[in-house]
Design a protein around this ligand. Structure first.
Ligand code: HEM
Ligand code: HEM
Length: 198
């Protein structure tokens, strides 16, 4: 079959099946909400573990590392999924608003990837193994001075705050679209069942 005809048939089949690329698919929705959970859990753990005594604090740090590795895998999976043909969603807005929301999404992905890199480097450059649910992943890199390791910790901390602040603005924009503008922006990122009642 001619390529143009085949493309047209594919588009027609998708639209007939109710998929007009205006909604996120189940995989994209699951990965988004898993990302939200892991970011918030890691932020809460990191900002509170200093107030706990040793056995609990160690467990919190280990959970942070395991969730951090899961978060890195989730972000890579989401980026690979959205690069695959047929998984792109057109913007719900247009013009400058569409551009701004796209920029925020790309920035969030960039900061999340950077956070994972800083997390691995922070631990490994301090000469310690990463921990993934009890499995130790030894450091493949040389150790650095305490001062440098401290600076990497600061960068990881500040970047974590940047993610939280940007994500809060992003969530606020999604809620504004839903409550004030009353469009489909939030609904298309909700699971099927929740969409009908939202
Ligand atoms: C948005 C998500 C995250 C936030 C808000 C966050 C926040 C933090 C903060 C505030 C610290 C303490 C930094 C310091 O000691 O100065 C920390 C430590 C750490 N984070 Fe994260 N982090 C996040 C994601 C990750 C990810 C994705 C990884 C790894 C893949 C990771 C791995 C680590 C490690 C290894 C430590 C050091 C633990 C230790 O040895 O004490 N974090 N994180
Ligand atoms: C840590 C928190 C969050 C992070 C890191 C995050 C990240 C992202 C990213 C990267 C995208 C782009 C998806 C893509 O096209 O690949 C996205 C989309 C979206 N997020 Fe979040 N998000 C967070 C929290 C939230 C919250 C709390 C809400 C709802 C109140 C929300 C609602 C949405 C919606 C509706 C979209 C689709 C927007 C559109 O179609 O233009 N997000 N999010």
């Amino acid at each position: 079959m001619d390529r143009n005809v085949r493309d047209a048939v594919n588009v027609a089949t998708r639209i007939a099946a109710g998929d007009d690329r205006t909604r996120y698919d189940g995989v994209a929705i699951s990965l988004h909400w898993l990302t939200v959970f892991l970011v918030l859990a890691n932020f809460a753990l990191a900002e509170t573990w200093a107030g706990f005594a040793k056995p609990t604090r160690h467990l919190m740090v280990a959970t942070h590392m395991s969730f951090g590795i899961l978060l890195a895998i989730t972000v890579v999976a989401r980026i690979v999924w959205r690069l695959m043909p047929g998984h792109q969603v057109s913007s719900a807005n247009s013009g400058a608003v569409a551009l701004a929301s796209k920029a925020v999404h790309y920035l969030l992905y960039g900061l999340l990837a950077l956070e994972a890199v800083l997390g691995f480097v922070l631990r490994w450059s301090g000469g310690e193994a990463m921990s993934f649910f009890g499995l130790a992943i030894p450091s493949p890199m040389a150790t650095v001075s305490r001062a440098t390791n401290h600076t990497i910790g600061d960068l990881h901390n500040w970047n974590g705050w940047a993610i939280i602040i940007l994500a809060a603005g992003h969530a606020g924009a999604a809620l504004y679209n839903h409550v004030v503008v009353k469009n489909d922006v939030l609904r298309r990122m909700l699971p099927q069942g929740a969409r009908r009642s939202a």
